[in-house]
Design a protein around this ligand. Structure first.
Ligand SMILES: Nc1nc2c(c(=O)[nH]1)N[C@H]1C(S)=C(S)[C@@H](COP(=O)(O)OP(=O)(O)OC[C@H]3O[C@@H](n4cnc5c(=O)[nH]c(N)nc54)[C@H](O)[C@@H]3O)O[C@H]1N2
Ligand SMILES: Nc1nc2c(c(=O)[nH]1)N[C@H]1C(S)=C(S)[C@@H](COP(=O)(O)OP(=O)(O)OC[C@H]3O[C@@H](n4cnc5c(=O)[nH]c(N)nc54)[C@H](O)[C@@H]3O)O[C@H]1N2
Ligand code: SF4
Ligand SMILES: [Mo]
Length: 718
């Protein structure tokens, strides 16, 4: 049976799958042993890509609301309805009256990644929201201000490092994030086989912590304190050793001064990590000849997300590990890497505008989704009256989900580009489906910019579809919001998009290609390896472009041409952290999240093989907390926060730090008006009913999803 190589688009690991199709049905998906990057690695989600493709609930026609109900409609009817409702609204209230929420899969979907921005630019709204503000925005913020571009994010050189300090990341389950690396388990084993060491900082003894050499169960939200204490020790013990890096770094002395109050003794009672352990970690980090510090979701979606993200790279710099093999390095992708051209210096800016109601800052053109409901519910000039969601399910993935859900019902008009009728799209007036991952071409334009090895892999659409490709849908929406109406010539619009991309690249677009293929071909030809799409077509298992290489100083785009170790927009937040030093833990329980191997945020719970078995949506509690609160494993607890409450089964486990409750996000499928039968039967609860939209990382407005104060009691018996 013929197996076709396909890059899995479901998470950041970019694994190669070998997919078998018989008589139009997908009958198998395994790891592709010939893939140049993943070499056969696969996870349960990738193996279920066929089940996703054949899911009978996956939408195959547009839905339009008629007399209050979403009913199937033709594409022409759907676009006509959008034009009829959206165009007058834009004319009367202006661009900002229409908000956008773009979710996580828009990064994993090449047509949406390329043409979403065309539509968003044409719409021209300042009310642009994405899942980034419940995720990685603090890292863009710190990287932008330190290195000059928000996508100049160093990744740990996993395959050559000898010491890896991981904070708030569980790549054995998540398969890595802001670190494209299939088979993290194998790569961590490699570190240990080389005689190296892996240290994990996490309130939970996660699967990654279990395979590490050392684990510290930190109190949620206190990573910046711990990291500052490591910096403090480096200065106090004269362990700052930047080597050749020093000539490229500004602000070192300022960082030393800022670190002074954060001694190991001062942070120990707040972080829960002992002072002597902190001191030892700092010495080990300094002594290791190839070390990398890496922080992920647990360090970004918390009270001090920006400071923690910054301090991770401060440590990489002070130990001389930035940009050297085995340290934290800057990838150089074959296409689309914004920092590939040296010498482009202009100060990167954030906070260019602020949200109307709460004054939260713009970062990379986005406003924090924690305030989307405010913008819809608060009347006045500039109020959001309509919303377009693209690959997003904010009703399950953003804080105070109940309030947002209510807000969506107050909108004058809503459109969802989504493959399911789910918790969010059920609020829409028009739902536009896209093809399955096997029915569209794929190339990981963004993720290769964060890969631990430079690779490039192209996947043409494997299966035919009757659905329009999402780039065509997005161009039609572009036409509507540009006043060209729903019947505009999409092919001509696409020619314009390609001509503009070609002009910027100084190249001629390929005459025989269109859509994403034509744009990707241009990006590859303009890229540092001068590949063409034809080169990638000739290499179905991918092209290996080698290990990461040093890129300083060319990669820097700050005004000074140096690494700004103490950028003003970041360090202004240090006094807030300083105040946290005096906040002795008061015994209040705090909520954190967790990811699960067979789960993908909120949207793959309709795939039966992935939800089979026991209920995984539980509140994990330490035995001492369970005993104190009279909670019994398997029985229901009532968890309450300022924002809301949920009833959820208790799972007692000593893997979790005392004082901490963990509930996974993305569940809570038991709502009316959805068409996801399997997910509804495995509903779980929505942990974002508890997440408090008023708690944010101050510099960026990113939501605090880890470290939410909660109360837990036994649920009253029905
Ligand atoms: N409490 C808590 N909340 C969290 C997190 C947490 O750790 N804790 N994590 C946060 C993070 S990191 C993220 S990224 C966000 C994710 O937040 P979102 O991006 O809002 O949510 P997803 O669950 O990824 O939903 C993706 C949506 O896209 C649809 N979709 C899937 N594929 C396609 C496609 O090809 N085309 C189209 N048009 N639609 C598609 C799905 O049906 C689903 O509705 O959640 C965040 N929320
Ligand atoms: N299987 C699966 N894979 C996924 C996803 C999924 O839903 N399922 N989602 C994808 C997405 S959108 C993303 S962004 C990535 C995220 O990938 P990761 O960043 O690896 O995310 P998590 O697995 O949520 O790991 C976060 C860890 O932080 C810990 N933590 C919580 N609070 C704190 C804190 O205050 N300090 C510290 N040090 N640790 C803390 C949690 O206990 C958890 O172990 O995963 C992606 N991959
Ligand atoms: S780890 Fe990610 S990319 Fe790899 S098979 Fe699983 S979902 Fe797909
Ligand atoms: Mo994410």
């Amino acid at each position: 049976m013929a197996q076709t190589p396909v890059t899995c688009p479901l998470c950041e690991a970019t694994c190669g799958l070998a997919v078998t199709v018989e008589d139009g049905r997908v009958t198998g998906a395994r790891g592709d042993a010939a893939d140049v990057f993943s070499r056969g690695f696969v996870c349960p989600k990738g193996a279920s890509i066929g089940a996703l493709h054949h899911d009978p609930d996956r939408l195959r026609t547009p839905l339009v609301r008629r007399d209050g109900r979403l009913v199937e409609a033709s594409w022409a009817e759907a676009f006509a309805e959008i034009d009829r409702r959206l165009s007058p609204l834009l004319a009367e209230h202006g661009r900002d009256a229409v908000a956008v929420y773009a979710g996580n899969p828009s990064v994993h979907n090449l047509p949406v990644a390329l043409y979403g921005s065309v539509f968003f630019r044409a719409l021209g709204t300042k009310n642009f929201f994405t899942a980034g503000s419940v995720d990685q925005i603090p890292k863009h913020f710190s990287a932008g201000h330190m290195f000059g571009h928000p996508l100049t994010i160093p990744v740990p050189d996993l395959d050559r490092t000898g010491y890896l300090l991981l904070l708030g990341a569980n790549p054995l389950v998540s398969n890595g994030s802001l670190m494209t690396a299939p088979d993290v388990r194998g790569r961590l084993r490699g570190i240990r086989d080389r005689g190296g060491r892996v240290v994990v900082i996490d309130p939970k003894r996660s699967r990654t912590a279990e395979v590490a050499d050392e684990h510290h169960a930190i109190r949620p939200g206190t990573d910046a304190l711990l990291l500052f204490a490591l910096v403090n020790v480096l200065f106090a013990e004269d362990l700052v050793a930047m080597g050749d890096l020093a000539q490229h770094v500004a602000g070192v002395r300022q960082v030393g001064a800022l670190a002074e109050p954060f001694t190991p003794e001062a942070v120990a009672p707040v972080t829960g990590v002992a002072a002597d352990a902190i001191r030892r970690l700092a010495r080990e980090l300094a002594a290791a000849d190839r070390a990398a510090v890496y922080g992920r979701l647990g360090t970004t979606t918390q009270e001090f997300g920006t400071l923690a993200s910054w301090l991770v790279d401060v440590l990489n710099v002070l130990t001389g590990n930035l940009d050297r093999p085995g340290g934290a390095m800057f990838p150089l992708a074959a296409a689309g890497q914004a920092n590939a051209t040296p010498g482009r210096r202009r100060p990167w800016r954030s906070g260019r505008w602020r949200s109307r109601v709460r004054g939260l800052p713009e970062v990379i053109g986005e406003l924090p989704v924690a305030t989307l409901a405010d913008e819809i519910l608060t009347p006045g000039e500039g109020q959001v009256r309509a919303l377009v969601t693209v690959c997003g399910n904010p009703c399950l993935s953003t804080p105070n989900a109940a309030r947002l859900s209510e807000a969506l019902d107050r909108l004058e008009f809503m459109v969802s580009l989504d493959v399911y009728l789910n918790e969010t799209s059920r609020h829409a007036d028009v739902v536009l489906p896209g093809p399955s991952p096997l029915e569209r071409p794929h190339y990981d334009l963004l993720l290769y910019q964060l890969a631990v090895r430079n690779v490039a892999n192209w996947t043409p659409a494997l299966l035919p579809t009757d659905l329009p490709q999402e780039w065509e849908t997005l161009l039609r929406l572009t036409a509507i919001v540009s006043g060209m109406g729903p019947d505009a010539d999409v092919a001509a619009l696409d020619d314009l998009v390609a001509a503009e991309a070609a002009r910027r690249a100084g190249l001629e677009p390929a005459a025989d290609r269109r859509g994403p293929e034509r744009l990707l071909d241009l990006a590859l030809r303009a890229g540092p390896y001068e590949l063409t799409l034809a080169d990638l077509e000739a290499a179905p298992h991918g092209v290996d472009l080698g290990p990461l290489t040093s890129r300083l100083p060319d990669v820097l785009a700050t005004e000074s041409g140096r690494i700004e170790l103490a950028p003003e927009p970041v360090v202004v937040d240090v006094p807030r952290l300083r105040a946290a030093l005096d906040q002795v833990p008061n015994g209040q329980l705090v909520l954190i999240g967790r990811r699960q191997l067979s789960s993908n945020n909120s949207w793959m719970h309709n795939i039966e093989p992935l939800v089979r078995g026991r209920n995984r949506c539980t509140a994990q509690l330490h035995p001492t907390d369970a005993a104190r609160l009279g909670l019994v494993d398997g029985e229901l607890a009532l968890v309450r926060s300022r924002a809301g409450e949920v009833e959820v089964p208790v799972e007692v486990t000593d893997a979790i730090r005392p004082g901490v409750v963990s509930i996974p996000h993305g569940w809570g499928h038991d709502v009316d008006g959805v068409r996801t039968a399997v997910a509804r039967a495995h509903a779980g609860v929505n942990s974002n009913l508890l997440a408090d939209e008023t708690l944010v990382d101050v510099p960026t407005g990113t939501a605090v999803l880890n470290g939410i104060p909660v109360e837990v009691v036994a649920a009253p018996r029905a």
